[in-house]
Design a binder for this molecule. Structure first.
Ligand code: HSE
Length: 424
């Protein structure tokens, strides 16, 4: 039976889960995959943590050089996260001809060109299933399950922390700050939550997934990004009243104008499959020209779900002699002829505070008409001298909405409190 040795760099949550799966299921993989995968060593400075997980003392390394020069290590699993040390260690492993499996979305998103170049030069593998949507096998689905298709669009809830926060706000009517505190207490959100709540994590993943889906480099810098820190209880309550729930959506679309890539809070019509994705669950909803619509759903984070994706890559690398690299033109920047339009088409929700006087709505309606914006539905609620008008538009252009909003804000009698994009 083929023998394959693995080194795990970092025994944090995901590294620990990976170690547990590989050791617990070793015999199972011998039987089902006809390969004997052993963990040869781990790189972990916190020896106590490694010992607690059951790693034998002699397999705990504190120096990357000890890992790289171990001839029994064929595959290096990088689960350290961040850029600096991870990039250095991954390049060192690839340059030594070791195959690398990584869960590091930021590293792969920003440096895939450099890593893939090193891998190809040494005829080493480079696998990254765990970098996007944890245990949900979205990358293998794009590469091996849906490769017959032109993917035309992709919409995903690809960050569990923000989905947890938005679900809590919706179910319990609590504020963003209260929901964030709960997410932190439960270990979903970091003490510094910026990467999740400002949409960076989702944007890294969208850059990787849309590069694969559309077979061209989609750099992180081209991803439009808005986080959830401005989401209020009022927005969520308005959405409920109008039949929508709020999700941080990552959207990738191939249109005649180019590739749209954006991450932003979005109202999703109740009844859409993505509206039912709650708590810390993730889902990706894809449309292909042959298959039509496909949705994958599951856990996007956590020790065992993300470990599942890593071990899947380890088994793939261990059982395929032909190395598979990414399917897009892997360069630092976008290819010259690919366009990323900043204007796009969407439906919108607006909440406008108005003075409750005759003629105010007529002024707003005139501005909508000027920018060719058509209204689907509208609610008005009085609050003494002022009123709140909430409305949903038909599909229109982002630039038209921005222009209309700035003109409404210039009126003395109205100001726009919130604008959200809407998926019906
Ligand atoms: N922090 C991410 C999330 C998981 O909340 O989904 C890792 O990307």
């Amino acid at each position: 039976m083929k023998k394959v040795g693995v080194a795990i760099l970092g025994l944090g949550v995901v590294g620990g889960g990976t170690y547990e799966i590989l050791t617990k299921n070793r015999e199972f993989y011998q039987k089902t995959q006809n390969v004997d995968i052993s963990v040869e060593c781990v790189l972990e400075l916190n020896r106590e943590r490694a010992l607690k997980l059951g790693v034998p003392e002699e397999k705990i390394m504190s120096n990357i050089a000890e890992v790289i020069c171990n001839p029994d290590v064929n595959i290096v699993v990088e689960v350290i996260g961040g850029i600096d040390a991870a990039r250095e260690f991954v390049l060192a492993a690839l340059n030594a001809g070791k195959t690398v499996v990584t869960s590091n979305k930021e590293l792969f998103c920003k440096y895939s060109h450099e890593l893939e170049r090193a891998a190809k030069r040494q005829n080493a593998g480079l696998y990254f299933e765990a970098s996007c949507v944890g245990g949900v096998p979205i990358i293998r689905t794009l590469l091996d399950g849906l490769q017959a298709n032109h993917i035309t669009s992709m919409m995903g809830i690809i960050n569990g922390t923000t989905n947890f926060i938005l679900t809590k706000m919706s179910n319990e009517g609590i504020s963003y700050e209260e929901a964030l505190k709960e997410a932190q207490a439960l270990g979903y959100a970091e003490s510094n939550p910026v990467a999740d709540v400002e949409g960076f994590d989702a944007a890294y993943k969208l850059s990787i997934l849309s590069s694969l889906a559309f077979h061209t480099k989609v750099p992180f810098s081209k991803v439009f990004r808005e986080g959830i820190t401005g989401v209020t209880r009022e927005m969520i309550a308005d959405g409920k009243e109008l039949g929508y729930c709020l999700k941080l959506l990552a959207i990738g679309k191939q249109t005649d104008a180019g590739i749209e890539v954006r991450v932003h809070p979005t109202f999703v019509r109740t009844g859409h499959p993505l509206a039912a994705v709650n708590d810390s669950f993730n889902a990706v909803y894809l449309t292909g020209d042959a298959v039509g619509e496909v949705m994958l759903y599951g856990r996007g984070a956590g020790a065992l779900p993300t470990g599942s994706a890593i071990v899947s890559d380890v088994i793939y690398a261990a059982t395929h002699s032909e190395i598979r690299y990414s399917t897009f033109k892997n360069t630092a920047n976008a290819e010259k002829d690919v366009r990323f339009p900043s204007d796009f088409s969407s439906a919108y929700y607006l909440r406008i505070k108005v003075s409750d006087k005759t003629g105010v709505l007529a002024k707003i309606a005139a501005l909508f008409a000027k920018y060719n914006i058509s209204i689907v539905e509208m609610l008005q609620k009085g609050e003494g001298e002022t009123a709140s008008v909430t409305l949903i538009t038909h599909e229109t252009r982002e630039l038209a909405i921005r222009n209309a909003v700035s003109k409404i804000n210039a009126l003395e009698v109205a100001s726009v409190e919130s604008v959200l994009r809407v998926v019906s």
